[in-house]
Design a protein around this ligand. Structure first.
Ligand code: NAD
Ligand code: ZN
Ligand code: ZN
Length: 344
């Protein structure tokens, strides 16, 4: 089968022929119907060899949707031909966090060598994907696979990030979304669908700001040094109750710190890793800062339900497997609006 692999540190991914996997005991083989392209792939491919937490070659793609093609011995709960989304942050399934469905925070995944598909295990940018356990599958129940693929990460991650702040996002409150890309344009919609907040989206690109407005942002603004002042103007000088940073570089975390209200939340989702000084007098009083990772199994079910209700619509551009290396180049250059989805 064809697969898109990251083979050598610093080199572009390539389309290669690899053996079609066979499901072992407990495993499920999916024929991939859609695989989303996440900026984290670009992040990981920019890391030096000593920072890579897994071996190469790696088949990319951690936003996967497919139809069940074959069941390994002992698998029950799904049937051949069924359309399913893959819950990506695989854990052990038995630790205290996994027991609550929070496999994204599995306490034992590292020690057991369990890695998400596309981020250690072979991923979804291939004709077939092996899923380690049936509990990592959620039925699509009528959702379009191309729509559903981005929801497994670009939908789930903002959903989880927003959920921690829901009590603060009452009527009259303001949420700021920094970076209206794959995750950000879904964050705007999740905020609109699940909270009473006024939503301000910031980006450096006009097409992304335009998309943010189309999907429900009340206001949009350039992400530059004047943005904190603009946010204060729009909030009677108070600042934003919640700032979600989908970039995480030094200028955006600074912007977050300058825009947040007393008792507000700053949530850094972008993985660039710029530090944010926290301490008395460094931020408005009682601001809470978090850098969450992905989301839980039950939250993925909630996100798919929201999409089925019509409240979420991923803005997607689709491509074939063979085009993937070139699409990564375009994505890196900022030329994708919304999410690129690979359809094998
Ligand atoms: P994307 O490229 O689709 O979107 C990023 C957006 O940020 C683009 O619209 C870009 O124009 C904009 N941007 C760039 N610089 C900016 C600036 N200075 N100010 C404002 N906007 C700016 O990327 P994505 O796939 O949506 O991922 C966003 C980030 O989230 C990445 O860092 C990715 O690695 C990370 N991520 C984190 C998690 C997690 O669990 N924490 C999960 C998925 C993705
Ligand atoms: Zn991702
Ligand atoms: Zn676990």
């Amino acid at each position: 089968m064809k697969a898109v692999q990251y083979q050598r540190v610093g080199e572009s991914p390539v389309v290669v022929e690899v053996p079609k996997p066979e499901p072992g005991p407990g495993q499920v083989l999916l024929q991939v119907t859609a695989a989303g392209m996440c900026h984290s792939d670009i992040g990981v491919m920019s890391w030096p060899a000593d920072r890579l937490p897994f071996e190469l070659p790696l088949t990319l793609g951690h936003e996967g949707v497919g139809t069940v093609a074959a069941l390994g011995p002992g698998v029950r709960g799904v049937s051949e031909g069924e359309s399913v989304a893959v819950y990506g942050p695989w854990g052990c399934g038995v630790c205290r966090n996994c027991a609550q469905g929070k496999e994204n925070y599995c306490t034992r995944a590292g020690e057991l060598g369990i890695r998400p598909p596309g981020l250690g295990a072979p991923g979804a940018m291939a004709e077939y994907l092996l899923v380690d356990d049936v509990r990592h599958l959620v039925p699509l129940d009528g959702l379009d696979p191309v729509q559903a693929a981005p929801l497994t990460d670009a939908g789930l991650t903002p959903y989880h990030a927003i959920k921690r702040s829901v009590p603060k996002l009452v009527g009259g409150s303001t949420a700021v979304v920094i970076g209206a890309g794959g995750l950000g344009h879904l964050a705007v919609q999740i905020l609109r669908a699940t909270t009473g907040a006024r939503v301000i989206a910031l980006d450096v690109a006009d097409d992304k700001l335009e998309l943010a407005r189309q999907v429900g942002a009340h206001d949009v603004a350039r992400s530059d040094e004047s943005a904190p002042e603009r946010i204060r103007e729009l909030t009677d000088g108070l600042g934003a109750d919640v700032v979600l940073d989908f970039v995480g570089i030094a200028p955006t975390v600074k912007l977050a710190a300058q825009s947040v209200a007393i008792e507000g939340d700053i949530t850094i989702v972008g993985i660039a890793g710029a530090p944010l000084p926290v301490g008395f007098g460094l931020l408005p009083h009682e601001v809470s800062v978090a850098a969450p990772y992905w989301g839980s199994r039950s939250e993925l079910i909630e996100v798919l339900d929201l999409a089925r209700s019509g409240a979420l619509h991923a803005h997607v551009e689709t491509f074939g497997l063979d085009e993937t290396p070139e699409v990564y180049e375009r994505f890196h250059a900022g030329e994708i609006t919304g999410r690129a989805v690979i359809v094998p």
